[in-house]
Design a protein around this ligand. Structure first.
Ligand SMILES: C[S@@+](CC[C@H](N)C(=O)[O-])C[C@H]1O[C@@H](n2cnc3c(N)ncnc32)[C@H](O)[C@@H]1O
Length: 499
């Protein structure tokens, strides 16, 4: 293990990525659905967005490029991550971002830490339950001195009890892995293989736990950087929501809601019998514990506010009615069915005209609900459309994209040289969204080719450019996927202000 890393994996880089839960407008929706007033800074405010444990900085860069008047600070102690992030910022000419190489265990007490401007929006994705208690304490100290009153903080973490079946599994993978080699990527592969062999040998304590049934997928499909950073950390410790709340109270943070937006709707995510137990409690801590007992998800995404101001239902609905939405899928591909504990839920015929309307142009939730007899619930409309990842809030409709955002998008697209493997990004910056439009590798590739002045008539060349790792018999599928991307995704990019 690297001597300076306090048990966290630092000899293998993490995977680059963008996560929609880190987007300020998405966090604001989580607050609204939780009945809390979000303090979302305006387009021209000199706001400050802070990311702790930023990895390769892709998310922070996309937020900076999408909010040119804001200042973004992104901190990570891995110099390889920071060096790559600084190089990408320089290549794309993103001037409103500062990357700092620093250890979160001690940063709050350094001159730079003390001088950090207070931040209106903060995100820690994939950090809290993976680092040592000393780092968690340092994070709370930093949040206590750096979050602006009313500021939002997003924290993702491995949640208990969903991870309880995985605690022994992680220990086994780490211990077996450490004894088999030196580098964390080789260790995790070896450790997972031992878990696999014990699973096949019917080890009693590997019979339960979702992870174990996902072993083959983990071994064969997950990127090695992800696996090493998930399983090989010395202090990995999934935690209960109540314990995170208690720790963050040290920074005067109040829990506002879940950035997994569907979790605000027990009617959709829990069975009637589960809801009957949930409804015995008013206390949010107890309600979240009941949810955590029932929901199969292992990663929580919570949004906290420093000094939550509660909204009346009417004020919350007014704010949600004003949210402008745009689709992130073509209307023809919109999934009206949702997986829920009781089976599949149907979104119902009332959604169809709204989805078709959104394909014609972005609209406010209030406008979509006009004329929808008997349906006047903007929370449900916004929560379901955005929560199923089929729509995204459009913060600044009609705002043209910034040249810096376009440069970053082109720089990210230039990294896509194959359909699988290599660098991933996952987003295209948009000033209109105030965030990134989540993007696949093919989205990025097509964006880049269009940016280079090409069009779908260059399809043969596109297929050739991406065919390096695609077997000849699969190239027809690549061709079809590229045509689909150009036909279906490009209009979505336009409506989201990316193009
Ligand atoms: C799982 S990665 C997540 C990265 C990024 N947030 C993302 O989601 O792509 C966790 C990150 O936290 C960083 N980290 C871990 N311990 C840290 C510490 N003590 N100080 C600063 N950064 C730390 C790691 O270097 C790594 O980049």
């Amino acid at each position: 293990m690297t001597p300076w890393s306090d048990g966290y994996v630092a000899d293998v880089a993490y995977i680059p990525g963008y996560y929609r839960q880190q987007a300020p407008p998405h966090m604001a929706l989580a607050c609204l659905l939780g009945g809390v007033d979000p303090m979302l800074p305006g387009a021209t405010d000199r706001a400050h967005y802070l990311e702790l444990g930023c990895g390769h900085g892709i998310g922070a860069l996309l937020i900076a490029a999408s909010n040119p008047a804001w200042q973004v600070t992104a901190i990570d102690y891995n110099p390889a991550h920071i060096a790559g992030a600084v190089a990408l910022a320089r290549d794309a000419g993103i001037g409103n971002i500062r990357f700092i190489e620093a250890d979160l265990a001690t940063f709050a007490d350094t001159p730079d830490g003390r001088a950090l401007r207070s931040a209106e929006v903060v995100s820690l994705h994939g950090v809290w339950s993976w680092v040592s208690p000393a780092v968690r304490t340092g994070i709370v100290r930093l949040l206590a001195q750096s979050v602006a009153p009313g500021g939002q903080v997003h924290v993702s973490y491995n949640a208990l009890p969903a991870w309880q079946g995985g605690i022994g599994f992680q220990r086994l993978v780490r211990e077996a892995g450490r004894r088999s080699g030196t580098r964390s990527d080789r260790q995790v592969t070896a450790g997972l293989q031992v878990a696999r062999d014990l699973f096949d040998a019917e080890a009693a304590n590997l019979r339960d736990g979702r992870l174990v049934s996902q072993l083959t997928e983990l071994l064969e499909q997950s990127p090695i950087g992800y696996l090493a950073h998930e399983y090989m950390n010395a202090h990995w410790a999934p935690c209960f929501h109540a314990d995170l709340q208690e720790a963050l109270a040290g920074a005067k943070l109040d829990w506002a809601g879940s950035a997994n937006l569907l979790e605000a709707f027990p009617d959709l995510t829990m069975t009637a019998a589960q809801r009957a137990v949930l409804d015995r409690f008013d206390d949010p801590l107890m309600r979240e514990l009941v949810k955590d007992m029932c929901l199969p998800r292992q990663l929580r995404h919570d949004v906290f506010v420093r000094g939550a101001r509660r909204l009346s239902d009417a004020a919350r609905d007014r704010a949600l009615s004003d949210v402008v939405l745009t689709l992130t899928v073509p209307a023809s591909g919109f999934d009206y069915q949702m997986d829920v504990p009781a089976g599949r839920a149907e979104l119902g015929p009332a959604f169809r005209p709204m989805v078709e309307g959104l394909e014609r142009s972005p609209a406010t939730a209030g406008h979509l609900l006009e004329g929808q007899q008997g349906r006047s619930n903007p929370a449900e409309l916004v929560g379901v459309l955005v929560g199923t990842n089929q729509a995204i809030p459009l913060l600044r409709p009609k705002a043209p994209n910034d040249p810096a955002a376009m440069r970053l998008n082109l720089a990210l697209s230039a990294r896509v040289r194959s359909v699988v493997g290599g660098e991933v990004s996952g987003g295209l910056a948009s000033v209109a969204l105030g965030a990134a439009l989540p993007a696949t590798r093919l989205d990025l590739f097509v964006y880049g080719r269009l940016g280079a002045g090409e069009s779908i008539t260059d399809l043969d060349r596109w297929v050739e450019m991406l065919s390096g790792d695609v077997a000849e018999d699969k190239q027809g599928r690549l061709r079809e996927a590229l045509i689909r991307t150009a036909e279906m995704r490009v209009p979505i990019m336009r409506r989201a202000g990316v193009l």
